[in-house]
Design a protein around this ligand. Structure first.
Ligand code: ADP
Ligand code: C5P
Ligand code: MG
Length: 253
């Protein structure tokens, strides 16, 4: 029956008793590939339907909220464009792991707030994440460390050409992140591009679904949204009728 389908779909990571375990989706891809935009589209499309389920929630968290706070010396380097924000060690990976484990356990958690203009965490500002049905976690290196990568039920990689990404990053960083053209181009050549090739691109092979052209790819986004919907409706069923070894052997007869 339907309960079987669901158990396999979840890779045994959920036992059907913890109904609050959210569907955790990792979204990676190079800088300015459209990760944030794809997540926004998925959230919009999931929000439109299921209006009867008032408790249903979709939440998106960015890996950028987990940048490490810099020492004064590192801060000076960052201001001169000499700090590598694209290296896996630039993130507080222990906190990422703990936060995702809390989310999977259905616990409320707090996410730091990050300011790209000052390259620092915003003091005394956190966002509280309440247990949700779907949680998207997006960032350039969310599939880098195996212990973090293994937590996702679904892994997406937004695959957009490098020149398109650079053409989008330049105006975004100038308009939204307080940078000038020289800074953006130097940082891109010295850190962003080499780190993408060394750390981000090799994680593409771990993705379940690769989304060419990012947010423009409405067919891919619709397929993903439909898969999430199917998953959520199957999950509701399994809580009511958990799988048993007896019913399984019955069905094979
Ligand atoms: P990421 O989160 O991967 O860095 P964003 O979603 O922030 O990427 O996109 C980077 C920039 O490109 C943003 O300014 C965004 O508005 C713009 N952008 C994203 N997708 C598209 C698209 N399909 N067409 C045009 N502009 C886009
Ligand atoms: O949204 P996006 O995936 O582009 O965000 C990640 C990028 O943000 C990284 O490529 C990194 O170079 C940049 N970044 C930055 N300054 C910071 C923190 C991150 O330029 N203080
Ligand atoms: Mg982004």
């Amino acid at each position: 029956g339907t309960s079987r389908k669901m158990s396999f779909g979840f890779n045994g990571k959920m036992n059907g008793v913890e109904g609050k375990t959210p569907f955790l989706i990792g979204v990676s891809g190079g800088t300015a590939s459209g990760k944030s935009t794809v997540c926004k589209r998925i959230m919009e499309k999931l929000g439109q339907v299921d209006k009867d389920h008032t408790e249903r929630q979709v939440v998106c968290i960015s890996q950028d909220s987990f940048y490490r706070d810099l020492t004064p010396a590192e801060k000076l380097k960052a201001e001169k464009g000499q700090y590598n924000f694209d290296h896996p060690d630039a993130f507080n990976n222990d906190l990422i792991l703990q936060t995702l484990r809390d989310i999977l356990a259905g616990r409320k958690c707090e996410i730091p707030a990050y300011d790209y203009r000052t390259n620092s965490l915003i003091k005394d500002k956190v966002t509280t994440i309440y247990p949700a049905d779907v949680v998207l976690f997006e960032g350039i290196l969310v599939f880098y460390f195996p212990n973090i990568r293994d937590l996702f039920h679904m892994k997406l990689f937004v695959d957009t050409d490098s020149d398109t990404r650079l053409a989008r990053r330049v105006p975004r960083d100038i308009n939204e992140r307080g940078r000038d053209l020289d800074y953006v181009l130097n940082q891109y050549m010295n850190f962003v591009k080499p780190a993408f090739e060394e750390f981000c691109l090799p994680t593409k092979k771990f993705a379940d679904v690769i989304i060419p052209r990012g947010a423009d790819n409405t067919v891919a986004i619709d397929l993903i949204v439909q898969h999430i919907r199917d998953f959520l409706s199957n999950r509701c069923r399994v809580v009511v009728e958990p799988e048993s070894p007896i019913s399984r052997s019955d069905e094979t007869l």
